[in-house]
Write a protein that binds this ligand. Structure first.
Ligand code: EPZ
Length: 418
């Protein structure tokens, strides 16, 4: 079994560059299905989820070749409209092929993505939106069967909640629909804006990406392009918290600090020194941080994907705070592991009540999910003694060379095969 071993106590110093955003890359790869020909995507992170999405595309007849951090996806001929269960069960982001397949082929058969550790991950808004565009959707035997033999028709759609995945699937379906589609209450994440930029480069007509109202005028076809993935703001935030929690100072390059406004503001409120740069930010913190409340919300609110990392920081804060998770219904498993390291965290429904302690103690812990695993590394960096983290495949799904990058910042950390 492979584990990450961390010996705590070293303040991290230096510079680290982030890769392209995982949560954009996977959708850009799905969007490549819309354009017959070879789409080239650069600044792609070397993570296992990208390999998995490549297998999903290959199953559809689109071949993917990788050269270092660039991908070439040839979607000239699609030979299948099915994303099989074993793929979707492995990576629920595979559901992102639903919109493009229906738009390009007029049909799709995609396995229902199961829930995962952080929540039920429903897709009712994806389905309702597609039905609004004239797609006939049936679910049965664990599959979604979507068909639009006469093409998709533009429509005014309103999302109950600004779902990232639903906004992306509907955006990718609407670009080839007849007429105009308006998505009200759309998600506004930077990754949505990155997807829209790719689609517009392909010839789509999209207004308002990044705002709550996106207007799409359908076109008859799209052409392949080259596109550079936006920097990963969550990987960046994870390393910025690493600098803060260890009482060091870390400069993170390769992302737009404006995409992390509220996270940087919260770090400042916690007493950290924050410097902004064109291509990133530097965060340092001398001594214990101060306790700060956070509420996770859709963008531009505090990102749910930074909740566990911030909780690790608040576990050591002067004072008490409340972290409220408003996006997922079960995203506090990390807190149970952190408690094993001596944190004082009490969960009340979707609130985590945290009383800062002066010191965490290293312990064997289990990575519950991608961000929780990364946050356990952060806690290990500052804990007294050694922390051994298992189930590290979760971390490797979304972070390229995580251990190597932490070591380059001075961390005493290694991967062990035991
Ligand atoms: C994306 O998930 C990200 N994943 C998540 O990142 C991120 O936490 C999330 O957006 C919110 O920012 C990828 O991009 C691959 P949602 P997604 O649809 O699209 C409910 C990470 O760590 N909902 O905005 O699944 C849903 O259950 C991952 O990188 C419905 O009820 O997020 C959830 O509670 C974790 N019905 C909430 O909305 C629907 O039809 C937000 O989901 C769709 C969603």
């Amino acid at each position: 079994m492979r584990t990450i071993a961390v010996h705590g106590g070293t303040p991290l110093q230096g510079e680290v560059s982030v890769e392209g955003a995982k949560n954009s890359t996977l959708k850009l790869m799905a969007a490549a299905l819309l354009a017959p020909g070879v789409t080239r995507i650069t600044n792609v992170p070397d993570i296992s989820d990208v390999e998995t999405m490549g297998e999903v595309l290959a199953g559809l007849g689109a071949s993917m070749t990788r050269h270092d951090h660039s991908l070439e996806i040839d979607a000239t001929e699609l030979t299948s409209h099915e994303a099989p269960y074993e793929m979707v069960a492995r990576m629920r982001a595979s559901i992102s092929v639903l919109g493009p397949l229906v738009a390009r082929l007029g049909q799709a058969r995609v396995a229902m993505p199961g829930g995962c550790a952080i929540g039920s991950r429903k897709i009712d808004m994806h389905i309702r939106g597609l039905e609004g565009l004239g797609v006939h959707v049936e679910t049965g035997h664990g599959f979604i069967h979507a068909s639009a033999p006469h093409g998709l028709k533009g429509k005014e759609l309103t999302l109950d909640f600004p779902s990232v995945g639903a906004t992306e699937n509907l955006l990718m379906a609407a670009v080839l629909a007849e007429g105009t589609t308006v998505i009200e209450n759309a998600a506004r994440e930077p990754e949505i804006q990155d997807l829209a930029a790719l689609l517009v480069a392909m010839g789509a007509q999209i207004e308002g990406a990044g705002s709550p109202v996106i207007t799409i005028t359908g076109v008859s076809e799209l052409h392949p392009v080259e596109h550079r993935v936006v920097g990963d703001r969550i990987e960046a935030g994870t390393f910025l918290v690493a600098g803060a929690i260890t009482g060091g100072a870390v400069r993170v390059r390769g992302f737009d600090p404006r995409d992390m406004d509220i996270v940087l503001t919260k770090l400042e409120q916690a007493g950290c020194r924050v410097q902004l740069h064109e291509d990133g930010a530097t965060v340092g913190c001398a001594g214990r941080p101060m306790a700060v409340d956070i509420q996770t919300l859709p963008y531009p609110g505090f990102p749910t994907d930074m909740q566990a990392q911030f909780m690790a920081l608040m576990a050591l804060a002067e004072g008490s705070c409340v972290i409220t998770e408003n996006v997922f219904e079960n995203r506090f498993m990390f807190a149970d592991e952190l408690t094993r390291m001596g944190a004082d965290v009490r969960i009340e429904s979707h609130h985590a009540l945290i009383k800062g302690v002066a010191q965490l103690s290293g312990a064997p812990v289990r990575s519950p999910d991608l961000r929780g695993g990364a946050a356990l590394v952060l806690a290990g960096l500052v804990a007294d003694g050694d922390t051994l983290i298992s189930d590290i495949h979760h971390i490797e799904r979304g972070y390229e060379r995580f251990v190597e990058k932490m070591r380059a910042l001075g961390a005493s950390i290694e991967i062990r095969n035991n």
